[in-house]
Design a protein around this ligand. Structure first.
Ligand code: FNR
Length: 184
């Protein structure tokens, strides 16, 4: 089987560490996994009045999520939670009621921050939302990554040996999780 993973990065800034982390993680995955970064910065703010006539950007976003066998959330922490742009994407993908794109898609949650807490609280908030959205989320290992100078090398791979080994074990568990829970 080929597994297509929809990658949702919780930061929309050009030089996002989280986007870099998402790209580096893809290098650690086996060839049967492909990763598609799904944009969230083109989504309008969620408005329930539009449930019956969702904007084209929302429909495109939902179809990308629906086409994937697994999800990978790579998010920074903003003020001890997830960024608003990510919550907006989660809300957009969940509606109209009964037509959520998320349900049943196995997911991994990971993130990098400049602070020592390494997105721990953002990830916990995200897990709360994903539980409600019926997204089976890899529980262990947890990965709270702090951005240090050698985190990425000049090719965009994980730059230091310790982080690479740890993230390889994380990706291995994530891959097994997706294979166990993916539906085709
Ligand atoms: C932050 N940052 C941050 N870091 C953290 O560890 N805990 C936090 O609660 C916050 N809060 C926060 C709020 C806002 C509005 C900003 C802009 C930033 C710092 C954050 O880790 C840093 O900006 C990262 O570089 C953001 O991730 P990207 O954009 O590099 O992927």
């Amino acid at each position: 089987n080929q597994y297509q993973i929809a990658v949702v990065v919780g930061s929309i800034r050009a030089d996002s560490f989280n986007r870099k982390l998402a790209l580096a993680l893809a290098h650690l995955a086996p060839p049967e996994f492909t990763f598609e970064h799904v944009r969230i910065d083109t989504l309008p703010l969620y408005n329930q009045d539009l449930d019956g006539k969702q904007p084209a950007e929302v429909q495109t976003f939902k179809s990308r999520i629906a086409a994937a066998q697994g999800l990978l959330f790579v998010t920074p922490e903003y003020n001890r939670s997830i960024p608003g742009v990510l919550k907006n994407a989660l809300d957009q993908g969940s509606r109209p009621y009964g037509q959520s794109a998320w349900g049943g898609k196995p997911a991994g949650v990971i993130g990098v921050s400049v602070g020592a807490i390494g997105t721990a609280l953002a990830q916990q908030h995200l897990r709360n939302v994903l539980a409600y959205l019926d997204v089976p989320t890899l529980g262990q290992p947890e990965a709270f990554i702090q951005a240090k100078d050698d985190l990425f090398d000049d090719k965009g791979h994980i730059g230091n040996e310790g982080s690479r080994k740890f993230l390889q074990s994380w990706v291995d568990r994530y891959v097994a999780w997706v294979k166990t829970h993916a539906a085709f």
